[in-house]
Structures are given as C-alpha cells and as structure tokens.
Design a protein around this ligand. Structure first.
Ligand code: ACO
Length: 426
C-alpha cells in the first residue's frame, strides 16, 4: 500500500488511502471525501474517476496494451476464438475441454427465442434501424424469461446462455424482417458464428455457403469487441444493474448506449464517410483539412483511453489486408482508409492530440466484406460486447462493495425564488 494522499481544504489537512492496482495504477480512495470534508469531486466525462475495482480487463492506453483476464489481446486473437474468450471474460479462466463443450451446448440449447416474440418484428416500420429493434426486443426478453430477485449460480448460467445466444437470433431475425424475407431458425449443427451467418444469409430457397475466411474474420471481430473495461456502454450496464433492474433491461440499456456514433455507432459512420469520399471523389487530403478547419471529427480516430495506438485496430487492419485480397472482396474504400490514416498520422493536428485509428476505423470494412449491410454494423458490435457486459454485471453483483450508482452534482441553477402566478409572468 502506498502512502496516503493529503488534501488541504480551507487550511485543514485530510488524508485519503491510496490504492494500487495489480498493474501498478494508483487511485486515491475518496469514498469518505464528502462525509469528512463536505466537498465532492467534479470530473466531466469521468476521465479521472474509477467507478469500481475490476479484475476483468486491463488497458494501458499510453502503451497500447489490452488484456482480457491478463491475456494479451494479440495472443487471444491468434490462438483463441469468440466463445472461448467469452467464457474467459465471464468466468475468469480459460475453460477446460469439458467446460467449453457444455458451454457450447448451453448456447445451442438457448438459441431459439420464444415463438410469440416473432410478432414483435412485424410491428416495426419498414426501414427501422436494426439497433432500434435490438434494444427493445432484448429488453423485452424479461417478459418471456422472468428473472428472480435472488439469483443462484444456475440462474446466472441460464441468463448468460440466453443473452449470448438469443441476441444473435434477434439480430438475424431483425435483418430478415427488414428485407422482407422469412426468418431462418438457428441450427444446433452449426457453431456460434457459422450459425449466425446462416441465419443472416440463408433463405428457404437458397443455402448459404460458409466461407471459412469470413467465419474467421467475424469471429475475430466479435472477440476484439468482447470487452473494453469501463467504456460508455459497460458503465451504463453497471449503472443500470446497480439498481438491481432485471438483466435483460440492463443489457438493453447497454445496447442503447453503444448505439451512439461516438461509441459503437462509429463503425457505421466510418464506412459512410469512406463511401462519401469514394462517391464524391473527394481527395483524402482535402477531407482531412476540412475536418481540421471545421473542428469536425475523423470518424474511427481518437479514443478516450488509447493515446498511442489501439491494439485492436492493428489486428483488424491486418485482417483487412488478408481478407480484402480474396477474389471478389476487394474494396476501394480500404485504399481510402489507408490514405486517410497515412495523412492523419503525419499531421500535427492529430499527433498533438494523440489521435490514432481506433478499432472502428477498420472493422466496418471487414463487416462489409462479410456481406453485412452498414446498418447492421453496430448490431454486430453489440453481439460481440455481450460477454463483456455480462462479465461486469456478474462481477458487480458478487462485489460486496457494490452500492446503487448515484453520482452527485454541482448545482448551478437559480437559488431559492418564489412561484410567480401565470398572470404576473412577463
Ligand atoms: N477527429 C478530429 N479531431 C478529434 C477527434 C477525431 N476523431 N477526436 C477527438 N478530436 C479532437 C477534439 O476535437 C479535441 O480537440 P481540441 O482539444 O482542439 O478541442 C481533442 O481532439 C480531444 O478530443 P475529445 O473529444 O475531448 O476526446 P474524448 O476523449 O472526449 O473523446 C472520442 C474520445 C469520443 C472517441 C473522440 O475521439 C471521437 O469522437 N472520435 C470519433 C468517434 C469514434 O471513432 N468513436 C469510436 C471510439 S472507439 C469505441 O467506442 C469502440
């Protein structure tokens, strides 16, 4: 334990314990700050605030390090696969062969959604964004699979399998409805990613032929998306979960937060940006200049935590190079992305602000090559992120320090004043 931190307020000195994490990060534990000093902290966007202690994911944004349960993301992306990594995140250890087998069986057993839920999909207007459908259908799972207040380990297993498996079915059904095709049911004969691709792209009149390179690329995308410690959507999951709301609504809240274009919605924005450049034949240099002059955002660039490079972006860029080489999958927008990156990484505007490509800069290209329409990109991110959300939800539920999340504020509104009757108002 390091020394205490001293705070001098109005001439009085207070001491607060310093906590040191397993990778050496230091934090001042201010749990008693308000009760001892009468002060609170103000930290817009929470850039300096630790909301919990966690053992799931470690990020060192300055060195570009990302590890799930201690294992580097580079090693997982090379040696593991999505469902195994999901198990690692949620249960803390890589599964034995037997445990992985029973986990996969559980996922298969849970893949069907209640048949009555199919009515939901017909109620949405044509062209509804699949994220709008996903948020509401996932939240409504609790109507079909009621959640007890007190959960035993078996209940948790059921919830985990339901959410991981059913979000995939719901995502594929949303897509099928949006294009006016009948849904394709999941099949226990197929593995997680293959099953999803088949539900998306097979039809009653046409089989879908699985391309192992596409299966691998999508699996890798899910694995790289699986967790990222206290990001916006995961913090939302922890916040909503701290009220002991049912887990299906809690994950629905996480999906809503993910949708925003500064977060998971960025992968859609990136492809729209690249296609705009392609269609209008705008030069990447002119585009970057316009962003600098108008203080706009180069989508897929920048990160709250990574101030060096996003290790996920490196992996997925490598995957783009190999996947987009395949006959029929070549995509000119990849060249535009490479050019944009090259220009931005030589430009002082981006360098001085430590803006580097994030995972979303290249992920959309992989998803597009796999045949997904752009409006499904954030849905795919949500499927990948479910294990991370569930890992944090479990960790929080089993942490004896968990309290309902309830930040304070510094009030800046009017001080006390009298009610003015309507006839006397200006
Ligand atoms: N392009 C151009 N300038 C940028 C970008 C960008 N992508 N991102 C940040 N900046 C600039 C800001 O304008 C600001 O400039 P200033 O100091 O002159 O005002 C400076 O860099 C700091 O930016 P902030 O917005 O304060 O950084 P913050 O940590 O709050 O935001 C975020 C991080 C949201 C990711 C931001 O970089 C961004 O909007 N990027 C584009 C959207 C994106 O790709 N999101 C995906 C993130 S990864 C994920 O969620 C999976």
């Amino acid at each position: 334990m390091a020394d205490n931190a001293k705070l001098i307020v109005e001439g009085k000195t207070y001491e607060f314990p310093v906590l040191v994490g397993s990778e050496g990060e230091k934090a001042i534990d201010i749990s008693n700050l308000r009760s001892e000093t009468g002060y609170i902290t103000l930290d817009n966007g929470y850039g300096n605030t630790g909301s919990c202690q966690s053992s799931i994911t470690f990020i060192d944004g300055d060195k570009g390090i990302l590890r799930y349960r201690g294992i580097p993301i580079e090693e997982l992306s090379e040696k593991s696969f999505f469902t195994e990594t999901a198990y690692l995140l949620m249960y803390g250890e890589l599964p034995s062969e037997g445990k992985l087998k029973s986990f996969s069986e559980r996922l298969n057993k849970s893949s069907l959604i209640h048949e009555d839920m199919l009515h939901f999909f017909t109620g949405y207007p044509k062209g509804a964004h699949p994220m709008a459908i996903l948020t509401s259908v996932v939240a409504s799972l609790s109507a079909f699979y009621p959640v007890k207040d007190t959960l035993d380990p078996e209940d948790e297993e059921i919830i985990i399998a339901n959410l991981m498996s059913q979000i995939r079915t719901i995502a594929a059904f949303s897509y099928k409805k949006s294009i006016g095709e009948p849904v394709v049911y999941p099949s226990n004969k197929l593995k997680f990613v293959e099953n999803f691709l088949n539900m998306m792209f097979a039809s009653p009149v046409k089989d879908y032929s699985l391309d192992p390179d596409v299966v691998k690329a999508l699996d890798m995308f899910f694995l790289l998306s699986a967790d990222h410690e206290q990001n916006c959507s995961t913090s939302t999951v922890r916040m909503a979960g701290s009220s002991l709301a049912n887990i299906y609504s809690v994950i629905g809240a996480g999906i809503c937060a993910l949708w925003g274009k500064l977060h998971g919605g960025a992968n859609q924005e990136v492809i729209e940006m690249l296609e705009h450049l392609r269609d209008t034949r705008t030069s990447p240099t002119a585009f970057v200049d316009a962003i600098k002059n108008n203080k706009g955002k180069l989508m897929g660039f920048g990160h709250r935590v990574y101030k060096n490079f996003d290790p996920r972006a490196k992996i997925i860029k490598g995957l783009c190079h190999s996947l987009l080489k395949k006959p029929g999958l070549n995509d000119p927008t990849f060249e535009i992305a490479l050019k944009l990156e090259e220009i931005a990484l030589k430009d002082d505007y981006f360098l001085s602000r430590k803006l580097y490509p994030n995972v979303d800069f290249y992920s959309g290209l992989i998803l597009k090559a796999a045949g997904f329409p752009i409006n499904m990109f954030t849905v795919l991110f949500a499927i990948g992120r479910v294990p991370g959300w569930l890992a944090h939800w479990r960790e929080m539920r089993h942490d004896k320090h968990t309290r309902i999340s309830r930040p304070r504020q510094v009030y800046q509104g009017p001080t006390r004043r009298a009610y003015v009757p309507i006839q006397d108002r200006k």
